[in-house]
Design a protein. Structure first.
Length: 231
């Protein structure tokens, strides 16, 4: 829902998703993380505060997979919800050895949101990756960010391995939000160091003035750090 942003998907999780008995041909994976600031598409979801995050995924030989991901959020007492839970159903396949295609439907949910607010929404996401290094992603929703309007998110990114354990990732994106009658651009640069099953990440985020108009106080330039254990 990353990690190619949320795509590599920031994609995401709740405990108890994984069945007690493994299905034939199924591959289970997950992650447990702590971030200093949960930033989604350039916007802080925790007002600059730390957040624990948990993810789980089951993938099948056919290419189909299901995933879930959960994080703490802070939208204020008026909203009520202090958690985001994303549920994902998708299909992933390597094409002609060098290309990978991932198509999924992600359901963003916010348990505990106070009525009459409804922040839940669906997004169809497609990502095409070349040589596991270069990618382009497109997300489309009829109710982006629970705004009631269409949203189109377009992202390109690149990964630059500097060694077997250290890499740099870059992202540039545009988010067109009809429900807010505006759009904004974002960029991100991350340094990731891998130690065994653990990833240590430091990211710098930048957003255009459009994001500051739409989301005052939680957009703009910021730095966040995260540690994740993958299993």
């Amino acid at each position: 829902m990353t990690c190619l942003g949320k795509y590599g998907l920031r994609v995401a999780a709740a405990a108890g998703l994984v069945p007690a008995l493994p299905a034939p041909g199924a591959d289970f994976s997950g992650s447990l993380a702590l971030t200093s600031d949960y930033v989604f598409r350039g916007i802080s979801q925790t007002k600059g505060n730390a957040a624990p995050q948990l993810g789980a995924k089951v993938a099948f030989g056919s290419g189909f997979y299901g995933a879930a991901w959960a994080s703490a959020v802070d939208y204020g007492d008026a909203v009520g919800s202090d958690a985001e839970v994303d549920l994902v159903a998708g299909w992933n396949r390597t094409l002609a050895r060098r290309w990978n295609l991932d198509i999924n439907l992600t359901r963003f949910t916010y348990p505990g949101t106070r009525a009459p607010l409804d922040l839940d929404y669906n997004e169809v996401i497609a990502a095409l990756t070349l040589d596991q290094r270069w990618w382009a992603m497109l997300g489309w929703s009829e109710n982006a960010l629970g705004s009631g309007g269409r949203g189109v998110y377009a992202e390109v990114g690149a990964k630059f391995p500097l060694s077997d354990t250290f890499r740099i990732e870059t992202v540039a994106a545009n988010y067109d939000l009809d429900g807010y009658d505006d759009n904004y651009r974002r960029a991100q640069v991350s340094a990731i160091y891998t130690i065994g099953r653990a990833d240590l990440r430091a990211s710098a985020h930048w957003t255009s003035d459009g994001a500051k108009r739409l989301f005052p106080g939680v957009a703009g330039s910021r730095v966040e750090a995260a540690a994740a254990w993958n299993f």
